[in-house]
Design a protein around this ligand. Structure first.
Ligand code: 1KN
Length: 450
């Protein structure tokens, strides 16, 4: 065990109300919006297939050229209420917005750099507009902030010389001032999502990452900070050199989920963030240059994440004119229709402890009432859902969440084994079954002697 000054500050899940709200939200909308939306993955007539928010590096564009995009940023069709209403209908309870991505352009009128929304034709504070619109729909707002900054002259990837060290300490002061500004000027912010913290320069300054976490929590008590901000005394990230998670939730699942049988993640808070295309966070003019996930795939990811006690953050990349592309609107609507019927299995729900992984889908369990849900994606040929129950428990009743009066026959066939006989009907969407459980009659079954 190492003695750490900048390691994990506490162990186990936070139990305060703010964290319980963050956890119970479960489903969030990620929004990546910045200057990169303007070229949308294309430069000088060439289409770049790598992530559109990385076009500056993919196309080797110098700062002077890239930064002048700010004089073109004018989302004349931007209406934050339209975005917030779409998000509400989709069923998200929180939204995470890029206040500043790696390009260094700030969507709020920061006093610490001119490279911000105030110096664009649009002028207005996009962050304030989004916070107000989403909060008025009852949706919590978190701020994504990239520590990595391609624009700022004092950014360093590594600290090799005295000059690097002097410049980078100026950068760390700049970044901390911006974060203080964000925490103070937008008091309803509920969390900070840090990115761009993988370089040596940050790993050599773990102290700063703890200082920032502590500063944010003193300005905004209850605010939630992701593990990706944090580096410890030895440069270990997300988990300190003693294996303890830093920050309030693990944010290592990016464009991937834990396996459905990963029993590690259920012990901590975590969040998976997901693109709809294979790998595009910012707007790309060409939607189908890669595979794009279907609503059903995304719903299954949301349910799988919930079943493992995590949050699911689905990304949208708005267009430079301020509208949401039609493909994303259609996916949002499909997911929203599903959530309207089935959100009881998602909101304030989490891992159903002790219930083994099943082939037909996932168990989720309401954290307050203990109500147990089976979310079905794969109906067996037999039409019988075979359920292996928790030790000592059996199922007394099963009913469809959407149509409680449609009977589902329940038959206990052996110890901890129950059959649910589904009605002969076709299902076009994943569906939820509420399971009522009782203690099983212990000596009803005889185990074989072997
Ligand atoms: C392969 O390196 C990277 C670096 C940054 C990212 C950023 N993290 C995501 C949350 C997006 O912001 C993406 O641009 C992705 C891959």
């Amino acid at each position: 065990k190492k003695l750490l000054k900048y390691g994990a500050q506490y162990e186990g899940k936070r139990t305060d109300a703010a964290m319980q709200k963050w956890r119970s939200n479960r489903f969030g909308q990620f929004i990546h919006w910045g200057l990169y939306a303007i070229p949308g993955g294309e430069w000088k007539g060439k289409t770049y297939t790598y992530a559109a928010e990385f076009l500056k590096s993919s196309a080797h564009i110098p700062n002077s050229t890239w930064d002048s995009l700010q004089y073109q940023f004018n989302p004349v069709k931007f209406d934050p209420k339209t975005w917030a209403k779409m998000a509400k209908k989709m069923g998200v309870k929180y939204m995470t917005i890029t206040t500043k991505h790696h390009e260094g352009f700030c969507l709020w009128p920061t006093q610490y750099t001119k490279f911000n929304i105030g110096n664009t034709p649009y002028k207005k504070d996009i962050i304030k507009a989004l916070v107000d619109a989403y909060n008025s729909e009852g949706i919590d707002v978190n701020f994504y902030y990239s520590v990595l900054d391609w624009h700022h002259p004092d950014w360093r990837y590594d600290i090799k010389t005295k000059e690097d060290s002097i410049a980078f300490s100026r950068y760390l002061t700049f970044a901390q001032n911006q974060l203080k500004e964000l925490a103070e000027n937008y008091p309803s912010v509920k969390g900070f999502w840090f990115d761009g913290t993988w370089d040596q320069s940050i790993k050599k300054n773990g102290w700063w990452t703890l200082q920032v976490e502590q500063m944010l929590k003193s300005i905004r008590p209850g605010v939630v900070v992701n593990s990706r901000l944090r580096a410890d005394d030895y440069g270990a990230r997300h988990f300190d050199s003693n294996g303890k998670m830093m920050g309030d939730y693990e944010s290592g699942y990016e464009r991937r989920l834990p396996s459905p049988t990963d029993t590690q993640v259920i012990h901590r808070d975590w969040e998976a963030c997901m693109t709809i295309p294979e790998n595009q966070w910012g707007y790309h003019k060409k939607w189908d240059i890669s595979y794009t996930k279907t609503p059903l795939e995304l719903i299954e990811m949301l349910v799988q994440t919930t079943s493992l006690g995590g949050n699911f953050l689905l990304n949208f990349g708005p267009k430079p004119d301020g509208t949401i592309r039609i493909e994303e609107q259609q996916i949002a609507e499909h997911i929203g229709n599903w959530m309207k019927i089935n959100s009881a299995a998602i909101y304030n729900a989490g891992h159903a402890k002790g219930w083994p992984r099943q082939d037909w889908g996932y168990f989720t369990q309401n954290e307050t009432t203990g109500k147990l849900y089976a979310v079905v994606f794969n109906i067996p040929i037999s039409g019988i859902l075979k359920i292996q129950t928790l030790e000592g428990i059996t199922i007394s009743k099963a009913s469809f969440l959407e149509k409680p009066d449609v009977p589902i026959t329940v038959k206990e066939i052996a110890k901890k084994q129950v059959n649910l006989y589904l009605p002969q009907q076709s299902f076009s969407e994943p569906f939820v079954i509420i399971l009522d459980t009782i203690n099983e009659n212990k000596n009803k079954y005889i185990d074989a002697k072997t």
